[in-house]
Design a protein around this ligand. Structure first.
Ligand code: F6P
Length: 384
C-alpha cells in the first residue's frame, strides 16, 4: 500500500485585477483538492489563498499565527461560485518584494518555508511573474498563470481578462455610436494596454473603429485629420477613433497621469485620448469628444472565454505542480494548452508588430489577411 503524501500549495493574484482571476482560483482549488489525486497520485493537497498578491507573503506572521488578514484556507465549497465573478476574491497589489528601495524578498522566501508551501501558483502579468521567476531562481517552486487585459505577456496567445475587456470596449463603443451619430461628432475612445496596442487594435477591429492608434506606431496628427476629413467627404456622419493609452504622436512622448513608476516599474499612462480629440477639433473644426474607458475594461463578470480559460489554466497549473514541473508558466500556444519556462519570458513583452499586424497608413487593422490577399494597396497609394 502506498503512503499518502500531504502537501500544501499557495495561490495568489498580483498586479491589476481583471475578469478571469476568480475562475482560475476556483479551478486551482478544485483540481488540487480533487480526491482522485489521492488514489491515483498518492497526494493530498491543502490550498492556502494568499491575500493581496506578494504583499500577503511579506506581511504574514506565521510565528504569532497572525495569518487571518494574509492567508485564507480554500476548499471546493468555498470557491464553488467564484467563476461567475470578476475581480479577485483574494485581493491584489503591485508590491514587488524585489523593489530595490525596499527588498523584502528574503522575508517572502522565509514565509513560504514557514507556511510549508511546496509550491506557489502566481496568477499575474509581467510584474507578478517576474517576481515568481526571481523567487524560482532562489529555489522556490513557482508556477505562473498569465493574466492581463494588456495581453502583453510573451509565450502565450492568451492572458486572462483580455476577452472580457474587449467585450467592454465593443459594448461602450456601441453606446457611443448613437450619440455620436445624433450630433455628427467624432468620439475618441482611450483604452488601456500600457505599451502594448492589442486592446486598442483588436477592440477597435471588433467595434469597427474608423481609426485605431497604437503605441507600436507613432501617429501623425495631420494624417489623422486627413483621414477624418476624407471620411466626412465620403458621407460619414461621425467617426469612432480608438487610441491606446500608450500611443504617442510622431516626435512626442507618452502622456502620463502622474510622474514616477510603481514598484513593478510601470508608468501611470493616460490622457492621450483628450490630446487627440483636441488636435482633431483644432485641425478639422469638427466637434470632437473623448471618453476614457479606464477601469471599466477590468470590471464586470468574466465572459464565457475567460471562464473557460481560467478553468483550463487553473487545471494546467495544478498538473504542473503534481508533476513537479516547477518554474513554468501555463500558456495557450497555437490553440493548445502547454507551458513555458518562466525564465525564457523574463523581461520580455509581447507587442503588436506594426509592420505585419497593422495598417500604418490608414491607422487601422490590416486589410490583407492571407498572403495573396484581395487588398494590395493602401488608401494613400490610391489617392496619389
Ligand atoms: O496592466 C493592466 C492595466 O490595466 C494597464 O492597462 C493600465 O495602464 C494599468 O493597469 C492601470 O493601473 P491602475 O489599476 O494602477 O490604475
Amino acid at each position: 500500500m502506498t503512503t499518502l503524501r500531504k502537501s500544501r500549495i499557495g495561490v495568489l493574484t498580483g498586479g491589476g485585477d481583471c475578469a478571469g482571476l476568480n475562475p482560475a482560483l476556483k479551478w486551482v482549488v478544485k483540481t488540487a483538492m480533487d480526491e482522485r489525486l489521492e488514489w491515483e497520485r498518492g497526494v493530498r493537497y491543502e490550498v492556502l489563498g494568499i491575500r493581496d498578491g506578494w504583499k500577503g507573503l511579506v506581511n504574514v506572521d506565521v510565528a504569532t499565527s497572525d495569518m487571518e488578514g494574509h492567508i485564507v484556507h480554500l476548499d471546493p465549497e468555498a470557491v464553488r461560485t467564484w467563476d461567475r465573478y470578476g475581480g479577485t476574491f483574494l485581493g491584489t497589489s503591485r508590491l514587488s518584494p524585489f523593489d530595490p528601495k525596499n527588498d523584502v524578498s528574503r522575508q517572502v522566501i522565509e514565509n513560504i518555508e514557514r507556511l510549508g508551501l511546496e509550491a506557489v501558483i502566481a496568477i499575474g502579468g509581467d510584474g507578478t511573474l517576474a517576481v515568481a521567476t526571481r523567487l524560482g531562481r532562489a529555489g522556490v517552486n513557482v508556477i505562473g498563470i498569465p493574466k492581463t487585459i494588456d495581453k502583453d505577456l510573451p509565450g502565450t496567445d492568451y492572458t486572462l481578462g483580455y476577452e472580457t475587456a474587449l467585450n467592454v470596449i465593443v459594448e461602450e463603443v456601441d453606446r457611443l455610436r448613437t450619440t455620436a451619430g445624433s450630433h455628427k461628432r467624432i468620439f475618441v475612445v482611450e483604452t488601456m494596454g500600457r505599451t502594448a496596442g492589442w486592446l486598442a487594435l483588436e477592440g477597435g477591429e471588433a467595434c469597427g473603429a474608423y481609426i485605431i492608434l497604437i503605441p507600436e506606431c507613432d501617429f501623425s496628427v495631420d494624417r489623422v485629420n486627413e483621414l477624418v476629413l476624407e471620411g466626412r467627404r465620403s458621407g460619414t456622419r461621425y467617426e469612432i477613433i480608438v487610441v491606446a493609452e500608450g500611443a504617442k504622436p510622431e516626435g512626442g512622448t507618452e502622456i502620463v497621469k502622474k510622474n514616477g513608476v510603481d514598484s513593478f516599474g510601470n508608468k501611470a499612462l493616460g490622457g492621450i485620448g483628450e490630446f487627440v480629440a483636441r488636435e482633431i477639433e483644432k485641425g478639422t473644426k469638427l466637434e470632437t469628444r473623448s471618453v476614457t474607458l479606464s477601469h471599466l475594461q477590468r470590471g464586470g463578470a468574466p465572459c464565457a472565454y475567460d471562464r473557460r480559460m481560467g478553468r483550463y489554466f487553473g487545471i494546467a497549473a495544478v498538473d504542473l505542480v503534481v508533476n513537479q514541473k516547477y518554474g513554468n508558466m501555463v500558456c495557450l500556444c497555437n490553440g493548445k494548452l502547454s507551458y513555458r519556462p518562466l525564465e525564457s519570458l523574463y523581461g520580455k513583452l509581447n507587442l503588436v508588430d506594426a509592420r505585419t499586424q497593422y495598417d500604418t497608413d490608414r491607422y487601422n487593422g490590416r486589410r490583407t489577411i492571407l498572403s495573396n490577399g484581395a487588398v494590395k494597396k493602401t488608401g494613400r497609394a490610391r489617392q496619389q
